[in-house]
Ligand binder design. Structure first.
Ligand SMILES: Cc1cc2nc3c(=O)[nH]c(=O)nc-3n(C[C@H](O)[C@H](O)[C@H](O)COP(=O)(O)OP(=O)(O)OC[C@H]3O[C@@H](n4cnc5c(N)ncnc54)[C@H](O)[C@@H]3O)c2cc1C
Length: 388
């Protein structure tokens, strides 16, 4: 049997390993530096204590047991496609087919050490929680939440969780009856943060900020973060006790020490079949890949899974000497349940449609139910509903 090696135990890598194993024509190994899949979409509730760190984790060993592939917990140090090897911290793995899905790295703006990110290491969600706890204990304070982009790749920006976290903090403070003691400010260097979700979503966010008294600073480039808050390029300052900032994404550093073709932002260049440029047996899926397509395209969990399925279909077709191939671009969409702590809105965009459905109360429970569903299906305790 040929060896199929999958790198990364996130949405992309796990989906690829499960689907490769299902073909029954490969010896499949999943290699990841963490022994759990982190459910980033539901991790937004860790800082506000509505959920726990453990609740956002799915053990990769449980997923492995349910699906049967091999699991190696190790960090990828270098990928050498010409030699068909991956060098890890504790050993080297050979492959016939490789699927790369180790997610994205982050840009490092000046003074980033004075900020915390809800999109960084899973543990940063706990650090935000502890800083929020301390401010609540103090009884008053100012909190700034924002996000930035990467000018070298329009898809390397993640604003949704910043909005969600801000709304959840506001809801939590209201529940504790101390909202009036806190100043909440949302900031972003672009004039219309969140514009990729479409005009309806933008106007909904605007209305929600106004009704909940959340201030905003848009369209000012960030010069640096300091212990006092944020300094903008025009010299103005946003003072804050706590700054949560999601920096623009960039390709992980391990890609630069590998023989991969990268775009200017450091993501792996692929074709529509998710095949890595210049190779015949290496695929890149999820946040690691340089996604091409419409200006509103986004790196999202469901896109990562679609890309993994596309890559596995094409790998299996090659192995079976079949000519049919699948592409990921026709499946590009934005799909998210944007949570507010007491409700949510379903935001959808593809090449033909763009709509927002407000889901007061039920949206919040739907997103929680998605977390449970994902845990049950990935560990084989419930069959997956087609298309969900
Ligand atoms: C707070 C937050 C909320 C989000 N909400 C939504 C949402 O509501 N809907 C949605 O669709 N998307 C959402 N996203 C985006 C979504 O989570 C990502 O697009 C998705 O996780 C990408 O999957 P991935 O497998 O490509 O990368 P990741 O999930 O980042 O997984 C990468 C994996 O690779 C491993 N890894 C990294 N480096 C190495 C290395 N050197 N060696 C070995 N292993 C390595 C990591 O441990 C991890 O297991 C959200 C993201 C965040 C951060």
């Amino acid at each position: 049997m040929k060896k199929a090696l999958v790198l990364g135990g996130g949405f992309a890598g796990v989906q690829a390993a499960i689907d490769l194993q299902k073909t029954k024509i490969f010896d499949v190994t999943l290699m990841s530096d963490r022994d759990y899949l982190f459910l980033y979409p539901t991790s937004i509730w860790i800082p506000t204590r509505e959920s726990t760190f453990d609740n956002a984790k799915i053990s990769l060993r449980d997923i492995q047991k349910a699906n049967g592939f091999r699991l190696v917990i190790d960090m990828v140090k270098e990928i050498r496609t010409y030699e068909q090897i991956v060098i890890g911290g504790t050993g080297t793995l050979h492959y016939d087919f490789l699927v790369i899905g180790i997610g994205a790295g982050k840009m490092m703006p000046a003074g980033h050490e004075h900020t915390l990110s809800i999109c960084g290491s899973p543990e940063s969600s706990l650090a935000i929680r502890d800083r929020l706890d301390a401010l609540i204990e103090r009884g008053a304070g100012s909190i700034a939440v924002g996000f930035g982009g990467n000018p070298k790749d329009v898809s390397a920006v993640r604003g949704g969780p910043a909005f969600e976290l801000m709304f959840n903090i506001e809801t939590m403070l209201k529940k504790k009856k101390i909202r009036d003691k806190f100043t909440l400010t949302f900031f972003a260097p672009m004039a219309e943060p969140g514009a990729r979700m479409g005009k309806k979503a933008l106007s909904m966010i605007d209305t929600m900020f106004t009704t909940s008294g959340i201030l905003h600073r848009y369209g000012k480039k960030i010069q640096a973060f300091t212990p006092l808050g944020v300094t903008f390029e025009d010299g103005s300052q946003l003072d804050a006790d706590l700054v949560v900032f999601i920096a623009g994404a960039a390709g992980p550093s391990v890609f630069r020490s590998s023989d991969l073709h990268l775009n200017d932002a450091g993501f792996i260049k692929i074709d529509d079949h998710c095949l890595v440029e210049g190779t015949t047996n290496v695929y890149a899926v999820g946040d690691s890949a340089a996604i091409e397509g419409p200006g509103w395209r986004a790196k999202q969990g469901h896109t990562a899974e679609v890309m993994a399925r596309v890559a596995v279909f094409n790998i299996a077709a090659i192995e079976r000497h079949e000519t049919e191939r699948k592409g990921y671009k026709e499946h590009l969409s934005i799909m998210c349940i944007m949570d507010t702590g007491n409700g949510a809105a379903f935001v959808y965009r593809d090449s033909t449609k763009n709509f927002v459905i407000p889901l007061p109360v039920i949206g919040h429970w739907l997103k929680q139910a998605w977390g449970t569903y994902t845990k049950l299906t990935k560990t084989g305790r419930m069959p997956r509903i087609p298309g969900v």
